[in-house]
Ligand binder design. Structure first.
Ligand code: ZN
Length: 88
């Protein structure tokens, strides 16, 4: 293995894994290719300024906010569930 960082134990492993997870997820969510003129989710028009600001944008502002909120909610729920299982 060509890993560059030392492993101090299971906790550090877990932190590394979840950090890497978050990075991978963020990379997957990064838009690729050319911007869309219409939202993938609701078919609404995406403003030209947004298309230019976010290369490869796929969602309109309100749909993107919806996605971001869901992402945060699921992260919070997962963390709570992990804590619960540790207490039992
Ligand atoms: Zn939309």
């Amino acid at each position: 293995m060509a890993g560059g960082f030392a492993k101090d134990g299971a906790v550090q492993d877990q932190i590394d894994a979840s950090t890497q997870d978050a990075i991978d997820r963020a990379k997957r969510n990064l838009p690729k290719g050319s911007s869309r003129t219409k939202c993938e989710e609701c078919g609404g028009k995406i403003p030209v300024a947004r298309q230019k600001a976010l290369k490869g944008v796929r969602l309109c502002v309100s749909c993107q906010e919806e996605v971001d909120r869901e992402e945060i909610t699921s992260l919070t729920i997962n963390r709570r569930a992990n804590k619960d299982s540790q207490l039992r």
